[in-house]
Design a protein. Structure first.
Length: 234
């Protein structure tokens, strides 16, 4: 059975994680690593995807800076979103042949993992690409934005677990005026769920990919990524 390497990284600054994905993408394309899933949290940041429109950050840069929130332009699909501690971010660095099917798979994995936590959720495929992600009734609980290059994906999903939801109110989150965000903690009235959900989503993704989970640490990933970079130079 193919392997899915799963690496838990803790809380990372977005730019550092962005660069790590680029290195691992090269390694995946080169065949130096198998399909890999990074699971982490980000320091507070708004990220703008390729479809972000003017006006999605309506306040001044100073307003966001005073609240300790960075702003970063990303090459992922989708529009503007927020990341912060208590929100679980997943970056699958995996081979992809059909982007539409891949996005639907991410939605299914999230819906199934949420069900195991007692949250009934659904995708909104019928409502069009602006509603990509996972919803609890009409409240958005998870966002998805991916980038595919040379047959392999970067970026992925962000699901609200125990994070502060206020920063979503200071922007046009996901390009949807008036969208209401929610979290696993808010829906079931409990906190401290990030670790259990991290295990659930890794299990669901591995199953949907038909892979066996293998836990790896960052040093092992970086070593294999360095091999890919060296081979490319040579």
């Amino acid at each position: 059975m193919p392997e899915l390497w799963v690496c838990n990284l803790g809380v990372l600054e977005y730019g550092w994680a962005f660069a790590l994905q680029s290195r691992l993408h090269r390694a995946r394309v080169a065949g130096e690593i198998p399909d890999t899933l990074l699971l982490l949290e980000h320091e507070p940041v708004y990220t703008r995807g390729r479809r972000t429109s003017e006006g999605e950050l309506p306040m001044s840069a100073e307003f966001y800076a005073r609240r300790g929130i960075a702003i970063f332009d990303s090459d992922r699909g989708g529009k503007l979103t927020y990341h912060g501690p208590g929100q679980l971010v997943g970056y699958p660095i995996v081979a992809v042949s059909d982007i539409g099917a891949y996005v639907r798979m991410l939605e299914r994995a999230l819906v199934q993992a949420l069900s195991q936590e007692g949250v009934t959720a659904h995708a909104r495929v019928q409502d069009g690409p602006d509603y990509t992600g996972v919803w609890v009734e009409d409240r958005k609980i998870a966002s998805i934005g991916v980038h595919i290059a040379r047959g392999a994906a970067t970026h992925g999903f962000a699901i609200n677990i125990d994070n502060d939801l206020a920063p979503f109110e200071w922007v046009v989150a996901c390009g949807l005026p008036g969208v209401q965000m929610t979290s696993v903690g808010r829906e079931i009235g409990r906190s401290g769920l990030l670790e259990s959900f991290r295990e659930r989503i890794a299990t669901q993704l591995a199953a949907l990919l038909g892979h066996k989970q293998v836990a790896v640490d960052l040093d092992a990933l970086e070593a294999r990524a360095a091999t890919a970079v060296t081979a490319a130079v040579l």
